[in-house]
Ligand binder design. Sequence first.
Ligand SMILES: [Zn+2]
Length: 203
Amino acid sequence: MALREEQILRYSRQILLREVGGRGQEKLLAGGVRLKATGTAGLTAAAYVAAGGTAVEAGPESLVPGAEGFLVKADEVGRPGPEVLARVLPDVNADALPARGTGRLAELPAAWDGEGPWVALGGDGTRGVVVFRGTTGCPGCFEATTAGLGAPPSGALGVGLGALGALILQRLLLGMEPVLGARGWDAPGMLTDLPVRRCGRCG
Ligand SMILES: [Zn+2]
């Protein structure tokens, strides 16, 4: 997919970043995620992913308190996600529609399918956690690593976690992350690499 002139203007900042470049921007535009998120972390991630040119397709869930932020106004809490996103995404970035790609971006708990990449936003009670899998990563190890994690934090910690999740998703689309990984997001924005748990088959 070649970039149109208006897209080169819109994405000029990230195209200039040596790591993304024109080819990288084409990869971000070709990718897409199905979103399963109703709160702060997931909708913040969706806003960044959409702003970067990657497609976002909402799951059927209704938005919960905490969803309001970059994408969603307070009076839209309680409404179905697809209805709200169909209205607000074209204002963020028309390239975030229509749905395409095989990615998944979800707040835990969640079920996982499709080729990937997969990005899970969760929490362990003291910090936010992002677990991620590229298209060639083992699904069993991904699910073993998400096991035991709960819903992602809300508030400022959730906003930071969502931005981190979006960045990791973009880096997976660009081939800049390992095929399996986990990162912790601690209160003042401290980032830590967490171990990947191996599934029964990988031992
Ligand atoms: Zn495995």
